[in-house]
Ligand binder design. Structure first.
Ligand SMILES: C[S@@+](CC[C@H](N)C(=O)[O-])C[C@H]1O[C@@H](n2cnc3c(N)ncnc32)[C@H](O)[C@@H]1O
Length: 403
């Protein structure tokens, strides 16, 4: 695969650095995710490449930063990811109740059912690697809650629960463990000298506090719930979306298998009914051997569903492995040109420094430079300029895209 040299564009990343996290909707912090985008960056990309009422697609939605920011900004959205964890967290954010009191009421309801069910939960069939993270009574309550929430199809509270599953801090359910990836920190926090960290942690106070935190900066005005959305759990190589029905694609595809989306979320995935994360990592475009052929198919799908004259904006990182640097943005630009027969044109690449060090596979280092590849699908010669659609019409556009 040839790479394409793409002009580097100047970028004012001051627009999303610094204090942006203090202003974002706290729903963005519902649950952690490796490779999560900065909501401030997504806000600027949506502002630049879309209009109110547009239909925005993110086929690798992860924790749902693009779809959530889209509906907060009045853009209809279709989100998809192959990981059940990504699916639940994204749907949890988009389906959040419109008020704190409604969310707390639902949580109280669930907790009353947990009180009844949890003493009857048997731990004999639970794998040892899961048992070691929790006090037995906390684990009974957590298992009961997942069971009840599944039955109620309550994705918001399920996402809240996933968000407090493991961490070092006392507001979380596990014994001291890492937040992003599940490993216990018994050496740093020995049970002999800090036994209080290994005692029972009640679900009730922690879940209610989590719901409160989710509504700290709600940003949910009276329009919340009015902007249409759809979330899928499908492979981006085959999207259940009509051709030329999407106004903009904003997404962050995997970069040459640099991050382990399934392994890093294995404990959360287990509670969602995925017994072995390895099968999911095999299915994701998480392996450098399959990266080029699978991304070729994904880019072909993105080109198929995008309307002519519209933008596909991809946030990508370079990957250093075994002494070689892969300029992912240039590779994807080359793929886009080839699979679209020149219809997807790379207008340029913006560069942004990633401030935090992200965990990645051994022998792999993701660069601290994140690149934003801007692809534009050539307009049809006879195309009329498209009007700005009010949100009411976005509902019809979503229905059309999914029909
Ligand atoms: C860089 S992450 C996206 C992060 C997301 N933008 C966020 O802010 O949380 C890439 C995502 O691609 C998903 N993924 C990898 N291969 C996929 C495939 N073939 N089809 C669908 N999703 C895939 C992974 O599960 C992961 O969530």
């Amino acid at each position: 695969m040839e790479t394409t040299s793409v002009p580097v564009l100047p970028l004012n990343n001051g627009l999303w650095q610094g204090c942006y996290n203090g202003r974002e909707s706290s729903l963005h912090q519902l649950a952690p995710y490796v490779g999560k985008l900065k909501s401030g960056m997504v806000n600027v990309l949506l502002e630049t490449f879309t209009r109110r009422g547009d239909l925005v697609l993110d086929p690798f939605c992860g924790s749902g930063v693009v779809p959530l920011e889209s509906i907060l900004m009045g853009r209809a959205t279709i989100a998809s990811d192959l990981s059940p964890y990504a699916y639940v967290v994204t749907l949890g954010k988009l389906s959040a109740p419109s008020s704190r009191s409604e969310a707390l009421h639902a949580a109280e309801d669930v907790l009353a059912q947990v009180d009844e069910l949890s003493p009857r939960i048997h731990l004999a069939s639970i794998p040892e690697w899961v048992i070691q993270f929790f006090h037995p009574r906390t684990l009974q309550e957590t298992l009961a809650a997942f069971q009840i929430l599944k039955k109620r199809e309550d994705y918001f509270l399920t996402a809240c629960l996933l968000g407090i599953l493991h961490h070092v801090r006392p507001g979380f359910l596990s014994y001291p463990a890492s937040h992003l990836t599940p490993y216990l920190r018994t050496r740093m926090y020995p049970p002999e000298s800090q036994p209080q960290l290994y005692s029972y942690r009640d679900l009730r106070s922690r879940l209610l506090a989590k719901v409160e935190r989710a509504y700290r900066r709600p940003d949910l005005d009276e329009d919340w719930g009015g902007t249409p959305y759809k979330v899928f759990q499908v492979n981006a190589m085959l999207l259940p979306i009509k051709a030329e029905s999407i106004d903009a694609i904003i997404s962050s595809p995997p970069y040459f298998g640099a991050l382990d989306y399934a392994r890093d979320n294995r404990l959360r995935l287990w509670f969602l009914g995925v017994p072995d994360w390895r099968n999911l990592d095999k299915a994701l475009t998480a392996n450098q051997k399959v990266y080029i052929p699978q991304m070729t198919q994904c880019v072909a799908e993105m080109n198929r569903v995008l309307r002519p004259g519209k933008y596909c904006v991809l946030v990508l990182g370079d990957v250093y492995r075994d002494g070689t640097t892969r300029n992912t943005a240039e590779v994807i630009a080359g793929i886009a040109h080839d699979v679209s027969h020149g219809q997807l044109v790379a207008e340029g690449v913006y560069s942004d420094e990633i401030p935090d060090i992200r965990r990645s596979r051994r022998r792999t280092r993701t660069t601290k430079i994140e690149k934003i590849l801007v692809l534009k699908k050539r307009p049809r010669r006879t195309q009329l300029p498209s009007p700005s659609f009010p949100t009411a019409v976005a509902e019809e556009r979503l229905a059309y895209a999914l029909a």
